[in-house]
Design a protein around this ligand. Structure first.
Ligand code: AK6
Length: 273
């Protein structure tokens, strides 16, 4: 049957609202599609900047991949359009905002909230790995919270990182697994490592290998110098799970589907995600 003809969007289809993320997301605005009153986030990219960073192809490829991704814990890319000077991405709007801001406010999350987030992320990663998509940047800065409190991987696409070069340069190394720090090839198990880092940071308020100097962070990562502070008090089950994910040998890391069956996840995660 004839596939649904993709609607050709224009700026006139939207009422533009407040800027989101105060410039952190580049130019992203709250917007309402006039016909449906559907609230979206409209990301504006300048063609000049895309050309200058040679990411036009990456953007096309990413839009192609992202437009087929459908998962409750992955931020939707509904579509895109462009005019003379700009490309517009029509993105899902996550009504409860940014996880990293929430983490700064609460200092650290409860075991139930952490287990629920980690379980949702594991399900999203299983979905992505099933589509041969890996290494989504799952640090707190790239996670948003939907209206029902559900976590969303709001993937920026690596190219956006090269785009905001300064952010990448001073971006944290904390999430890099040993094989990436030692720059050997990496596979889907890098996401299990990053998920372990994220679980630790959600529970203790800082990533496990944090250090003042990059060189110290590197050393601590390749050594897997994992220590658990005595405060805040965290159950042995959580520490045991993290220890099974932060394993140097990537083949020995707890597989994602096993994570979903881990007692600490089963006992603490809210099934509704
Ligand atoms: C699926 O997601 C994305 C897909 C693609 C790109 C992208 O820029 N790709 C690219 C660009 C140039 C070259 C190559 C590739 C970015 C995102 N995602 C974001 O940018 C973060 C959420 S911005 C929206 C949003 C929503 N909900 C919120 N709630 C509070 C703030 C907020 C902010």
């Amino acid at each position: 049957k004839a596939s649904a003809v993709e609607k050709r969007w224009t700026l006139n289809d939207f009422d533009i609202g407040m800027p989101l993320g105060r410039g952190k997301f580049g130019h992203v605005y709250l917007a309402r599609e006039k016909r449906s009153n559907h609230i979206v986030a409209l990301k504006v990219l300048f063609k000049s900047q895309l050309k200058q960073s040679q990411v036009e192809h990456q953007l096309r490829r990413e839009v192609e991949i992202q437009s087929h991704l459908r998962h409750p814990n992955i931020l939707r890319l509904y579509g895109y359009f462009y005019d003379q000077t700009r490309v517009y991405l029509i993105l899902e709007y996550a009504a409860k905002g940014e996880v990293y801001k929430e983490l700064q406010k609460c200092k650290y999350f409860s075991e139930r909230r952490t287990a629920t987030y980690i379980s949702s992320l594991a399900q999203a990663l299983i979905y992505l790995h099933g589509k041969h998509v890996i290494h989504r940047d799952i640090k707190p800065e790239n996670l948003l919270i939907g209206l029902q409190g559900e976590l969303k991987i709001a993937d920026f696409g690596w190219s956006v990182h090269t785009f905001n070069r300064r952010r990448t340069m001073c971006g944290t190394l904390d999430y890099l697994p040993p094989e990436m720090v030692e720059s050997v090839e990496h596979d889907a198990s890098v996401d299990i490592w990053s998920l372990g880092i994220l679980c630790y940071e959600f529970l203790f308020g800082a990533p496990p290998f944090e250090a003042k100097e990059h060189s110290d962070t590197y050393r601590r990562i390749v050594k897997v110098d994992l220590k658990f502070p005595s405060k805040p008090i965290v159950s042995p089950g959580a520490k045991e799970l993290i220890s099974q994910m932060l394993v140097k040998d990537s083949s020995q890391r707890l597989p994602l589907h096993k994570l979903l069956e881990h007692p600490w996840i089963v006992q603490n995660a809210d099934p509704s995600g």
